[in-house]
Design a protein around this ligand. Structure first.
Ligand code: SF4
Length: 434
């Protein structure tokens, strides 16, 4: 210790994460820092010297779970006051005063990606200077496919979304820094990276010389040992022809994009402050499919947004029928305090009706995917094997379809051709072929 006093024991950590891939990536990097500081993971928060909750407030249900976890930590903290409880992520705004009053037993509050307050506290407890240990942080346990944040924050302020207020304005990481991180990951056996951002296709607009996502894809494509590159989430208004051309021309870039349309009705889109119309979106999908015919497209949809009439909702169903997405994440609108919608738009669709619309979207999507996947029967798909579950290997196609296969060989991290023998709405099954 710097001051010669007795060193308190801080040996183990537990990181609990909820929410989007960006949160997962943040947690992985924080874990990378904790491991560098000599801490070891422990599976239960009850046994951890440091407990970090990485929070999400995008939906009320997520926030409720965070509050439940925080509440369950209170008795542990009062029994073991030397333990450190940290709250990280989107629940922590620029001012944490309200949270400090609500959860006085939390030692430290960290905004998304701002690991310093916790690392500084640990530095004090352990007697070293944590400064400088944040460079090229990578996950402590690299798996076959990893997430790499490339742009933080968002400048778009969709009326329903809290993210710009919690994650701040857009900040892109320089290309050289991203490439360095991907090189480190590839050297540790990572075969696939997903470049992450809230609006990943706005990448680079805030950097000197204004590189774009196409430049970044080109640079990451050069990394030796890497096999596949994905990127998410894209905003329809930021998806340029240059990015589409990069997907078409760079072998390692998978023919897949996540392109939320959110609603099929122009009035609802305007109220959401999405700056495109339903027809703009259709034309964009046409352009993508013209250049990348095998492109698989995932999307996000919100049902029950303020003012969404029955007719407006049917326009969403119509979009789903027409475009035939490969994956749909659907959510019922829930008012988020602090957003423009919460301030200005009455939450006027009853909960029961929101639930009904959500069920209708899910049922439609299940039917469409059952049909689409059935057409893959007998085809051979390129699958990157990422793990093993219930005695079967699992992996993903370039188009992000989940595939299971039985094979006695060790296939982890290998790319195999799989002949599809069975399909459902959610996955494919088959066997490896030469
Ligand atoms: S683009 Fe809209 S929905 Fe996406 S993070 Fe930004 S504000 Fe939220």
């Amino acid at each position: 210790m710097r001051d010669g006093t007795k060193r308190p024991e801080v040996q183990t950590y537990h990181v609990w994460t909820i929410g989007c891939q960006m949160n997962r990536a943040d947690s992985d990097r924080l874990e990378g820092a904790l491991v560098q500081l000599g801490l070891k993971p422990t599976p239960s928060p009850r046994d951890a010297d440091v407990v970090v909750l990485n929070s999400c407030v995008v939906r009320q249900s997520a926030e409720d779970r965070v509050v439940g976890m925080l509440t369950s930590l209170k008795p542990i903290k009062s029994r073991h006051p030397q333990r450190i409880v940290a709250l990280m992520g989107c629940m922590v705004g620029p001012k944490a005063d309200g949270l400090r009053d609500r959860f006085p037993y939390v030692d430290v509050f960290l905004r998304p990606q701002d690991y310093h307050p916790l690392l500084d506290l640990l530095g004090d407890r352990l007697g070293f200077d944590a400064e400088g240990c944040l460079e090229t942080l990578t996950p402590p346990r690299a798996s076959v496919a990893e997430l790499v944040p490339v742009i933080h924050g968002c400048d778009r302020f969709c009326t329903f979304c809290i993210i710009p207020y919690r994650r701040g304005r857009q900040r892109s990481r320089p290309i050289s820094e991203v490439v360095r991180e991907v090189e480190l990951l590839a050297a540790r056996g990572v075969r696939e990276v997903t470049l992450l951002g809230q609006t990943v296709d706005a990448y680079g607009h805030d950097l000197p010389d204004r590189p774009d996502l196409a430049h970044l894809l080109g640079a990451v494509h050069q990394v030796e040992g890497l096999e596949r590159i994905r990127f998410l989430t894209s905003h329809p208004s930021e998806m340029t022809q240059r990015i589409i051309d990069a997907v078409a021309s760079l072998d390692k870039v998978c023919e897949h994009c996540n392109l939320p349309f959110q609603a099929g009705d122009d009035d609802v889109l305007r109220a959401m402050r999405r700056d495109y119309t339903a027809d703009d979106y259709r034309r964009l999908v046409e352009r993508i499919r013209a250049r990348v015919p095998e492109a698989s497209i995932a999307t996000d949809v919100i049902v029950g947004f303020p003012g969404e009439s029955d007719i407006a909702f049917h326009r969403t169903l119509q979009m789903l029928e027409e475009v035939r997405f490969d994956k749909v994440h659907v959510a019922a609108y829930s008012e988020r305090p602090g957003t423009i919608a919460a301030r200005k738009l009455p939450d006027d669709v009853p909960n029961q009706e929101k639930r009904r619309r959500l069920d209708e979207v899910e049922a439609l999507q299940e039917r469409l995917l059952t049909e689409a996947n059935a057409r893959l029967l007998g085809t051979a798909q390129e699958v990157l094997v990422q793990g093993r579950k219930k005695g079967k290997w699992w992996g993903r196609t370039r188009g992000d379809k989940l595939v299971f296969l039985e094979d006695p060989r060790s296939l982890l991290g290998k790319t195999v051709r799989v002949q599809v023998q069975k399909t459902s709405a959610w996955s494919l099954q088959g066997e490896a072929v030469a």
